[in-house]
Design a protein. Sequence first.
Length: 180
Amino acid sequence: MDNQVLIIALFSVIVMLLLLIVFGLAAYIFFYGKADQDKKETPPQQILDKETLKEIMSQTNKNEKKIVALCNVCETELEEQDHFEIDNLHFCKEHYNIFIKNEWSEISNQKTTADTPEAGIYIYNFQRDLWHSEKIPSFIVCEYKIDVNTDQIETYVKLNVIDKMATQLEERLKQSRVVQ
């Protein structure tokens, strides 16, 4: 009989513990679920009317710049009011004036393809270095052709410099190609 009493007492304790756990979980869900629901139902602190919302949106749009191109010489971002275009070339005001006041010579005509896109990189690096280190204006024009035999697009990278400096810069460009 002592074994039966012990087993009944043990089962009673287990049942009580299970009941406590179930009631504890129910209370937890009830109280914390209600707190989350209260947080969701709280109205916003400030209700905006249409006019205020329109004003906020217009201020946001005014602060965003609409970039239409990069200057072919200095790579400055150009907005519509700063943008000067001639012959599909894009310039800032300063470099547009330089472009129209000078004669230009082409000093490279590097062919690149989809298989050899790196062939013209030295020209881009040379042009960028000319501007950033020496402030010598130059620009790159790319011409595209399709090779009908191989059905490949060929790009010809052409560096243009001020005519007076063409011979000197052409030599420097050839040297920079050898170095790389």
